[in-house]
Write a protein that binds this ligand. Sequence first.
Ligand code: SF4
Ligand code: SF4
Ligand code: SF4
Length: 248
Amino acid sequence: MKPKVAVFAFTSCEGCSLVMLEMEERLPDIMGQVEFVNFREVMDEKRDDYDIAIIDGAITRESEVEELKAIRGRAKILVAMGACAVQGGLYCLKNFHDPEKTMEYVYGDKAGSFDTMPVRPLSHYVAVDFNIYGCPIDKKEFLEVFRSLILGKRPNIPDYPICNECRMAENICVFDRGLTCMGPITRAGCGAICPAHGLGCCGCRGMADKPFILSHRRIMAEHGVSEEDYMAKLREFNGYYQQGHEKP
Ligand code: SF4
Ligand code: SF4
Ligand code: SF4
């Protein structure tokens, strides 16, 4: 019997679901090993008898909490896919602003018609079995997790920072070129793609398991980043933890 898989999206751009669909060359392989029973990007069928639920997006409404709990109740394995689902992602920026003003800014005089609440990752409400990090996710890592789930083994996801893979790739450190970088505290796994292209990492994969934040903050200060700007950079993808929540 093939495992049945459902893919859901809560508050997000659904970019991570689209990354799944961009793997055209691997999709026939993937499709052959599982049975998709619910995936609104690609099929009309919506069945509830899934074994594995893959969820893209953060939780921003009461109705999403109920839906998420129902999915958790049905799925044997729940996977958080992408920064929004894993750590709330960019959407957590909303939590640092006045909620009423934010709603008015976005929806104008229709603000009262929408239900909203502080942005939270999936793990705030339910147990998550596996995380696939990044904004968007990395195709190779998705395949590693997907294959591991099917084989019943733990996926190999780095717990160390981007700097390790950046050094292995022999990239020139962007600090040496006058830029700044969140790589020293960010979880590796993307192949240090931004530094490889001459850009600083902005931390989309969330924090590494044991981030040396104090040392990083000192290095950033030595490169002209004020305390306020450092907190803003941390907030970009790790705002949920800044609000005192534990890292998943
Ligand atoms: S993690 Fe990024 S790409 Fe993925 S759904 Fe969220 S905003 Fe979109
Ligand atoms: S560019 Fe960034 S990730 Fe690469 S070594 Fe420098 S600080 Fe680390
Ligand atoms: S280098 Fe940083 S910002 Fe770029 S993809 Fe990797 S984790 Fe995300």
